[in-house]
Design a protein around this ligand. Structure first.
Ligand code: G1P
Length: 295
């Protein structure tokens, strides 16, 4: 029997965003603009490109602008249409039609595992994707598409993994693995944010997960871990005792927009790829690079 299709995704976007203060005092970090689109729109588009039809976004208080962004904006649509700017009007309209979007609020900051657990009723008995709301993946990296293919072949949970310098592993969930094929590894151990000296590897979890619904049973049993929060990595670690789990390894194409330096890189790289801005921006960057003695 072939495994159930992956139709649904969860985007946790409830975190406080303290790394992006003072910006994130009043505006959710997921609404940071990368050129002219908020980060979370890239994430929703990534899910839709991978064939996802239904998306649940987990938000929290002060994050209402995320819901507004994916709503219709009739006044502006009409104004643009009246001025004959049909393409622009359509662009605004299409954001509300990307997928069936649903929202739930995490009332207390109890952790990523808890936020994902809030999706249990909505997801039901299906496999589902989780895409962290402040990580952008370059479309060419094809990470979630690769993860879905791995799920279709192996019918088990799959997590995105990337090698990081050993001293950085304490910022991530860490996986011990054995090789399966070119990109796939089997996960044997998971630890959330280990100290580099005790980390079982330098393979870090990178904000994309594909879970079987069994994960909800494990989340419900998971006690607070690192930082006093219910960690998804701990729930995954318990899942390892019940089900096989694969890692999908990749080397580039991720921007952690929750980190200032990576946010800047995302803006530069993605602006350079734009048909309407790329050439002009490239020439500006060239001038700056010369002035800074970089070329
Ligand atoms: C979360 C996860 C961690 C993962 C990381 C990826 O941590 O808990 O396992 O490696 O996302 O960005 P956070 O960045 O929320 O501290």
């Amino acid at each position: 029997m072939s495994p159930k299709p992956v139709r649904k995704a969860v985007i946790p976007a409830a975190g406080l965003g303290t790394r992006f203060l003072p910006f994130s005092k009043a505006v959710p970090k997921e609404m940071l603009p990368v050129v002219d689109q908020p980060v979370i729109q890239y994430v929703v588009e990534e899910a839709v490109d991978a064939g996802i039809e239904d998306i649940l976004i987990v938000t929290s208080r002060y994050k209402k602008s995320i819901e507004d962004h994916f709503d219709r904006l009739l006044e502006i649509e009409k104004q643009l249409a009246d001025k004959g700017k049909e393409a622009e009007a359509e662009q605004i309209r299409s954001i509300a039609e990307l997928a069936q979007l649903h929202f739930v609020r995490q009332g207390q900051p109890l952790g990523l595992g808890h936020a994902i657990g809030m999706a249990r009723n909505h997801i039901g008995d299906e496999p589902f994707l989780v895409l962290l709301g402040d990580d952008i993946m370059h479309p060419e990296a094809g990470v979630v598409k690769g993860m879905i293919e791995a799920y279709q072949e192996h019918a088990c949970s799959v997590v995105a993994l990337m090698e990081v310098p050993k001293q950085d592993i304490s910022s991530y969930g860490c996986a011990a693995v054995s090789e399966v094929s070119d990109r796939l590894v089997e996960v044997s151990e998971l630890v959330e944010k280990p100290a580099p000296e005790v980390a079982p590897s330098n393979l870090a979890i990178m904000g994309r997960y594909l879970f079987t619904p069994t994960i909800f049973e494990e989340i419900a049993q998971t006690k607070p871990g690192v930082g006093g929060e219910i960690q998804i990595t701990d729930a995954m670690s318990s899942l390892l005792g019940r089900e096989k789990m694969l890692g999908y390894t990749f080397a580039e194409g991720r921007f952690d927009t929750g980190k200032k330096i990576d946010y800047l890189r995302a803006v530069v790289e993605l602006a350079l790829e734009r048909d309407d801005l790329g050439d002009e921006f490239r020439s500006i960057l060239g001038t700056i690079a010369k002035r800074e003695g970089l070329t």
